[in-house]
Design a protein around this ligand. Sequence first.
Ligand SMILES: Cc1cc2nc3c(=O)[nH]c(=O)nc-3n(C[C@H](O)[C@H](O)[C@H](O)COP(=O)(O)OP(=O)(O)OC[C@H]3O[C@@H](n4cnc5c(N)ncnc54)[C@H](O)[C@@H]3O)c2cc1C
Ligand code: HEM
Length: 403
Amino acid sequence: MAFDPAVLRDSFAVVERRADHVAKYFYAHLFAHNPGVRALFPDDMAEQRDRLFAALTQLVLRLEKPERLTAYLAALGRDHRKFEALPEHYPAVGASLIAALKHFSGQAWNPEVEKAWSEAYAVISQAMTDAARQAETEQPAWWDARITHRRRASADLVVLTLDPGRPYPFTPGQYLSVCSPRAARVWRPYSIANAPRADGTVDIHVRRVPGGLLSTALVDGVTEGESLRLGAPMGSSLLDRESPRPLLAVAGGTGWSQIGALVEQVAERPRPAVVFLGARSDADLYDLDRVRELVDRHPWLEVVLAAPEDGASRDEAALLLRNGLIERGSWAGYDIHLSGPPGMVGELVRLLRTRGADEKLIHHDPLPDLGDQSRPLTPAEWFLARPEVHWINAAQLGGDERA
Ligand SMILES: Cc1cc2nc3c(=O)[nH]c(=O)nc-3n(C[C@H](O)[C@H](O)[C@H](O)COP(=O)(O)OP(=O)(O)OC[C@H]3O[C@@H](n4cnc5c(N)ncnc54)[C@H](O)[C@@H]3O)c2cc1C
Ligand code: HEM
């Protein structure tokens, strides 16, 4: 490695507390010097201003063990084609990163520091652009999918069936990113709700977040026949298909989307499965016709509904789920899949460990350190909240060991 990671760490420590200002300066610099690049980003940058910037700085700081970033950077580079990021944009982003860091570093900036950041950025952007170039012949940059069916499953939730129009290979347990012309260039992840189908369609379940840019458009705006843009599938909370073990799956809210896809996959090679479906209240349980149909069709499947009466507190819902899991005794020897709000998933991991579950057999999407946060974090917050990063999957990096 040509640069000294310690130089980068010390340099970042100088600007870290003013990260928000540095990010603002970074984007102002980028857009002022490259006006064409502004059109690639969402109109409203308030929510995601720090996404790219946070990622850049955190990645540079992780370069101490570059081999652990290889797979992640390749995936990120491939995925950046959906943002219409071109190879020639990378030097521009790098120049703005350096300009922003320099501006806020004061006396701490010197030629050695500048060289270290430049070289680190070069390593990252090379890995991303190489992967993007290679992907050109292997995978579309995005899929323009038509909404073939739209079903309101509850007051604030829709199930959308999407036809990607060309092959869209994915594995149950994965999620996809979605963008709609109704919220231009705003990309958000949604779990894929089904196993692969003969007609190639995929379902997503979207719950409206009050004031949410994309979910509001998807729940209240879009109509059948309209197009949504999809990024390539991602995520590694996948079923061990060869496993002889019984399965426990716990879903909270739209977590049922991912769990439903896994249940459909188990049906291809049945084994005993118990699914706990948690919701804040009876009214929040949705898709029950499909749940009943799956239970009727599959003798190996048991579903436990865990939702308090309408009007109950969030705590009651959590308690019901918790007690239900405890009453069943030990979960030793089960493959376990958890999907739902990060707070719920984190708590269930802790509970199930005390009920005999083998941690290596517990699967879920990567979790941030939430503190008392009750909503999912934006990808940038995942990044900034803790060393463990939303986009950086611990498995890809070789286990739990942190950089
Ligand atoms: C891996 C992954 C899979 C996901 N799968 C699904 C899925 O299957 N179905 C689904 O509906 N959503 C899912 N989400 C959440 C989804 O990606 C969006 O975050 C959500 O739809 C809100 O986006 P938005 O653009 O409407 O809100 P934004 O415009 O991003 O947010 C608007 C405001 O609401 C806050 N906020 C964001 N999300 C929530 C929330 N859930 N509760 C309360 N406040 C919030 C934001 O901080 C912000 O202040 C998933 C997220 C991840 C990371
Ligand atoms: C080494 C360089 C780069 C790194 C590490 C990087 C990293 C990231 C990450 C992690 C995200 C968030 C992804 C997500 O939310 O799913 C992101 C978003 C984005 N990036 Fe990059 N990026 C780089 C270069 C570029 C370049 C050169 C462009 C083109 C100008 C670009 C354009 C975008 C856009 C448009 C978004 C979405 C904006 C948003 O939602 O806020 N990136 N980047």
